[in-house]
Design a protein around this ligand. Structure first.
Ligand SMILES: *Cc1c(COP(=O)(O)O)cnc(C)c1O
Length: 359
């Protein structure tokens, strides 16, 4: 089976093997060693010397944790969005009574750094900016380096959804002054769903001491306190921790720059292959994601039927478009455990399935 959706992604045998291990006391010495090992390695991948926490949840829980630990009800924030996940980040902030100014961009296009600059100039009382590094719903990667330099020019907090980019696409959290960075285990990390990982900068901690949004399970004061003792406040997903410890070894052995280069090369190969099948890409090359490729369909190509045929006849699983993009695009995930041969298989299957999926 070729599971080529943008999460969950396939797990290497080292991760699956690790998860067969017996349970341990999560308040004991063995778990302390495990979480310390994971945290040290995670910091290398986040490229941060700040704190990194493991939360038991999917990525969205990490986004909620970022909001409630940094903000207070009534805080003005600028929420940038070019797709479903940008909208979600804004929705969470709104639910907790932040005053959300939405800066939306056409789906398939990136967030404009200049527009952020303009918005921050126009409203000096904005406290934080929300950005989705890699918009999984449209296959677009935003220019976070440029965006962060603008956000910092205005000295605002920068909260980043890096769920589908971190560990695949370069994101130097400290160099880019990202205050909170959120990711999720089932994307580039090659382990099952169930863990979110979140980093906090010094400035984020300062904001945290003033932040009044309600929080209990997500409280980072507790998380920091417990981590100093090699624990988490609540019972962690121990089996996924075993797996993550193993895949982090694989990742650090490969080396960050090699991982980024592999994703870039495979993404390029995907885009070239799609174009040579005569299909148009949804995002332009200059913002096309290295972890997920969105492909446009037209009134002659039935996306749902194509996905079904790939699944049933070729054992290839790809993802549909979400919400208003359903039936208009399909998406190929190429993140985490992926090599050139995997994409070759997908492209060959596509070539065979396409003529059968006409309206
Ligand atoms: C997958 C994803 C999420 C989180 O989704 P969960 O289902 O909660 O793990 C958030 N943002 C982006 C960009 C994602 O790709």
């Amino acid at each position: 089976m070729q599971l080529r959706i943008p999460g969950p992604t396939p797990c290497p045998s080292q991760a699956l093997q690790a998860m067969t291990k017996q349970m341990i006391n999560h308040r004991g010495r063995e778990f302390a060693e495990l979480i310390n090992s994971i945290t040290t390695k995670l910091k290398q991948v986040f490229q941060t010397t700040g704190d990194v926490f493991l939360l038991t949840s999917s990525g969205t829980g990490g986004l909620e944790a970022a909001i409630v630990n940094i903000l207070s009800p009534g805080d003005k924030i600028l929420a940038t969005s070019c797709g479903i996940f940008g909208d979600r980040f804004a929705d969470i902030a709104e639910k907790y009574d932040a005053k959300v100014k939405r800066l939306n961009f056409e789906w398939g296009k990136p967030v404009s750094p200049e527009a952020i600059s303009k918005a921050l100039k126009a409203a000096s009382d904005i406290k934080a900016v929300l950005v989705t590094h890699n918009e999984t719903s449209t296959g677009v990667t935003n220019d976070l380096g440029k965006i962060s330099s603008i956000v910092k020019e205005f000295d605002k907090l920068l909260l980043v959804d890096a769920v589908s980019s971190l560990g695949c696409i370069d994101l130097p959290a400290d160099n880019w002054h990202c205050d909170v960075v959120v990711t999720g285990s089932q994307k580039g990390w090659m382990v099952p769903p169930g863990l979110a990982m979140v980093s906090m900068s010094e400035k984020a901690w300062q904001a945290h001491t003033q932040a009044k949004m309600p929080r209990y399970y997500w409280d980072f004061t507790k998380a920091k306190d417990y981590l100093q003792r090699g624990q988490t406040p609540w019972t962690p997903a121990i089996s996924i921790c075993y797996a993550l410890d193993a895949t982090l070894n694989l990742m650090l052995n490969e080396g960050l720059s090699n991982i980024f280069a592999r994703h870039a090369k495979i993404a390029q190969m995907t885009r070239t292959g799609i174009k040579s099948l005569g299909l148009p890409l949804f995002a332009e090359d200059n913002c096309a994601s290295n972890t997920v490729t969105a492909v446009k369909t037209d009134d002659k190509l039935d996306a749902a039927k194509l996905i079904q045929i790939l699944r049933d006849e070729y054992n290839v699983v790809i993802a549909p478009g979400q919400r208003k993009l359903r039936g208009k695009i399909f998406r190929i995930g190429h993140l985490g455990l992926v090599e050139e041969n995997d994409i070759k298989t997908v492209l060959e299957a596509l070539a065979r399935a396409l003529p059968k999926a006409k309206f």
